[in-house]
Structure formats: C-alpha cells, structure tokens
Design a protein around this ligand. Structure first.
Ligand SMILES: CC(C)(COP(=O)(O)OP(=O)(O)OC[C@H]1O[C@@H](n2cnc3c(N)ncnc32)[C@H](O)[C@@H]1OP(=O)(O)O)[C@@H](O)C(=O)NCCC(=O)NCCS
Length: 164
C-alpha cells in the first residue's frame, strides 16, 4: 500500500528543495555522489534552478501527509545561447524531476510527471522536453508517459512530449 502524498504548485521558497531534487537527478546513478555545492555550481546543472522562480518557470512539489516535500517536477525555458541538455527550441520548456530516495517506486514520480505535463499544457506550452541518460530507468517511465526520443547523443537522449 502506497503512503499518502499529494502535490501543490511550486513556489519561490521551494528553491532549496528543488536544489535537493536537482542534486538527486544529477546523482541518479547509485554511488554517483557529487556534492550538492558542486552540482549546483556546475554549468550543466545550475541553469535549471538559478534565479528560481522566473516568470516562465513552473512546477509541482509532492508533499507527504505532514506537508513535507518529497519530490518535485518543474520546467524552465532556457535561452538558445545557454541551452539545457534537452533543448529543442526557444519556446519549449525543459523538465527536471526528482523524488526523495525514501519515496521512490511509490508512484510519486509518475504522478508528478503527469501533473507537470498537464500544468505546462495549461500554461500554453504545446510541448515539453527533457534529457535523460540512456541507462537511467526513468527513460522507461518517460516513454510510458508519452515522451518520444527526438535526439540521441552519446549516452543521452532528448525526449519530447506534446502536452495536449
Ligand atoms: C526517476 C524518478 C523521478 C521516478 O520517480 P519514482 O517516484 O521513483 O517513480 P514511480 O514510483 O512513479 O515509478 C515509475 C515507474 O518506474 C518504475 N521504477 C521505479 N523505480 C525503479 C527502479 N529503481 N528501477 C527500475 N524501475 C523503477 C516503477 O516500477 C514504475 O513503473 P510501473 O508503474 O510500471 O511499476 C525517481 O526515481 C528519482 O528521483 N530518481 C533519481 C533522479 C532522476 O533520475 N531524475 C531523472 C533525471 S532525467
């Protein structure tokens, strides 16, 4: 039986928790433990959170029965001159997702993913993209939730989903 969780819209004061989830995403491979400060300072990752919450940023935070954050999925529009790993176009927001390790494999990630796709659609974004390493099982979750591979480079894939 899954423990109860719900989700709410991410707000500006969620920045620290989103940072935690960004670190989880960067360290998805068990044993790959890049320290928080290193991940958040890296050019590869800081663009997904620096200055949160900008006008076009949006997302969801999953919370437990005590309102404690347990996972988050958010998106951000990145400029062409500083694109994200999953950049497919200037008007397509890029998704980031992470769930606290103690809450994994309980449906939180799938629920957040569905919710954030719907949120993006409701905010007028026709598509949403992401980048995932081929070995990350999350790739199967994305496929099952309607994301398709649009580019494959080295160990990574860029995936896109139409939101409506
Ligand atoms: C990827 C992630 C967000 C998924 O969230 P989650 O809450 O664990 O996922 P869910 O419980 O909703 O499970 C989704 C599916 O993945 C499967 N799954 C979950 N954990 C798994 C694992 N360790 N290995 C293989 N499959 C797994 C589930 O079985 C489920 O499929 P099913 O419904 O057909 O059984 C979460 O595991 C995570 O934060 N990972 C580290 C960060 C990361 O990799 N982020 C993505 C970077 S692109």
């Amino acid at each position: 039986m899954y423990r109860a969780f719900t989700s709410r819209r991410a707000v500006q004061t969620d920045a620290k928790f989103l940072g935690d989830m960004l670190v989880e995403a960067a360290n998805w491979r068990s044993g790959g433990l890049r320290p928080r400060h290193e991940v958040l300072a890296s050019a590869e990752h800081r663009r997904y959170l620096a200055g949160w919450k900008r006008t076009a940023d949006d997302g969801l935070v999953a919370i437990d029965a005590d309102d404690v954050p347990i996972g988050a999925a958010w998106y951000r529009m990145l400029p062409q001159n500083e694109p994200g790993l999953g950049f497919v176009g200037i008007a397509v927001p890029e998704l980031i997702i992470g769930v606290h390790p103690l809450w994994r494999a309980r449906g939180v990630g799938r629920s957040l993913l569905r919710g954030v796709v719907e949120l993006a659609g409701s905010q007028g974004h026709a598509r949403i993209s992401l980048s995932v390493e081929r070995e990350n099982f999350a790739r199967n979750l994305y496929r099952a939730e309607g994301f398709s591979v649009v580019e494959s480079t080295g160990s990574r894939e860029t995936m896109v989903r139409v939101t409506v």
